[in-house]
Design a protein around this ligand. Structure first.
Ligand code: AMP
Ligand code: MG
Length: 416
């Protein structure tokens, strides 16, 4: 790989260029496994699923009411039919329906062979075992036909669908109890830094709590990922090297935070140059300028910056799309929103800013956005208050109140 930013004078690499390089280097996992339907939520289908049955399996009633044959009935006049039985959901009427007869029927119950109409219970008069239907009673209605939802043999879902709750319901309705999905992506993540302190310990001078690992743990919560939290590694060459080599043996991806720039205690660069094939980029993105990406053997390596907000932003725009590609899922598409900015925003040219914002919508449906607070890459509180990023392009030199800006939601929405 070429080190695209080995010299300070080189221009910063754009987010799009970095992402294109990452995506070109990443392959979807090949292996598949069978899982029971209950465990398939969020997994990526790797074989097509066909229906072995029709759904509905039987003609059945769409309403609670009375079923009868409309033949030999004069529609213009009221008519009466003898009630000869009941068809319950799961307990069909077993007799033979004759002209002049009707049965009580409930939603989902099998409609007897000779019946072609179900009339709602609210539209009839019951006189003991005689049911009186008014003139102009609609006939031929409220019957669900065999296979009207799913026809036997039809393709229900095709790879590489990432299965959602509704898909599970669809498959279950066709009796599918097991599916073949891509195996999970195995991801190890570390925090690096001498200053990092575990929760539950008091903070000594110069120490901070390790928040990145908790953020990453949340961001990596996905049925397609099997994550290993490898804890904190001190700024120690040997420990870091051993940890990376060890994790690369049985993971598809390693994600680290911290130590990715070239400060004196930032060993990640020199270690990876020895044991892997890794680019160190200076990205035209704020927050999140330094980023390492490459491979140790077949294992992808992402060295994210240490600052907590830089971790969140680089994860969303550079790591998450790569992990999704590795999982075999189709690219996540997101809504492109434009909002009116309600306040001026400062911005220096040269990097694409992802400023933390609060997006609101007025009664007419128009979107408005404001900053959620201080924008330093260490300020997690304004990130926590935000519900969107205000994306300001590289060349932008600031925003005036009333300007239209691009807004990205923080979480992804799967668009079909
Ligand atoms: P570094 O990239 O190691 O120079 O770290 C940049 C900044 O991020 C420093 O202020 C670190 O203390 C901070 N930082 C690094 N790792 C973490 C972490 N796991 N949790 C919170 N802050 C961190
Ligand atoms: Mg550090």
């Amino acid at each position: 790989m070429i080190d695209l930013c080995s010299q300070e004078s080189k221009p910063l690499l754009s987010v799009d260029e970095a992402l294109a390089t990452i995506k070109a280097a990443v392959y979807a996992v090949e292996e598949s496994e069978k899982v029971v339907l209950k465990n398939a939520l969020g997994r990526v289908l790797s074989e097509p699923v066909y229906s072995a049955i029709n759904s509905p399996h039987d003609r059945n009633a769409a309403m609670d009411g009375y079923a009868f044959s409309s033949q030999a009935i004069s529609h213009e006049q009221s008519f009466t039919l003898n009630l000869v039985g009941t068809s319950w959901a799961g307990r069909p009427f077993t007799g033979l329906l004759q002209p002049g007869q009707c049965i009580r029927i409930f939603t989902g119950a099998v409609v007897p062979e000779h019946a072609d109409s179900v009339v709602m219970q609210e539209q009839v008069q019951v006189n003991g075992q005689t049911i009186c239907f008014s003139a102009n009673t609609p006939t031929g209605q409220h019957i669900r036909q065999v296979g009207e939802d799913i026809k036997q043999g039809v393709l229900l879902l095709a790879p590489p669908k990432k299965l959602n709750a509704i898909d599970l319901g669809l498959l279950a309705s066709a009796g599918i109890d097991e599916v073949t999905v891509k195996r999970p992506v195995r991801i190890a993540f570390f925090s690096t830094g001498d200053e990092l302190t575990a929760l539950g310990q008091p903070l000594a001078s110069g120490q901070i709590y390790d928040s990145n690992r908790y953020t990453l743990c949340g961001l990596l919560t996905d049925a397609c990922y099997r994550v290993t939290d490898r804890g904190v590694i001190a700024d120690n060459r040997q420990l870091l090297e051993e940890s990376f080599i060890e994790a690369a043996k049985n993971h598809d991806v390693i994600i680290t935070t911290g130590g990715a720039s070239v400060g004196e205690a930032d060993y990640v660069k020199e270690i990876l140059e020895r044991c892997g094939n890794v680019n160190f980029w200076k990205l035209a993105i704020k927050p999140g300028k330094p980023l390492a990406f490459g491979k140790i053997g077949d294992c992808c390596f992402f060295g994210l910056p240490g600052n907590p907000v830089a971790v969140i932003v680089t994860f969303k725009y550079l790591v998450a799309p790569a992990l999704r590609q590795l999982s075999g899922a189709p690219e996540a598409k997101s809504f492109q929103l434009t909002a009116t900015c309600t306040m001026p925003l400062k911005k220096a040219p040269g990097r694409q800013d992802y400023q933390r914002g609060i997006l609101t919508q007025d009664q007419t449906g128009e979107f408005f956005v404001a900053s959620s607070g201080k924008q330093g890459s260490n300020i997690l509180s304004s990130m926590s208050h935000a519900n969107c990023y205000i994306v300001l392009p590289t060349e932008c030199t600031g925003v005036k109140a009333g300007d239209k800006v691009r807004v990205d939601l923080i979480g992804d929405i799967d668009l079909i």
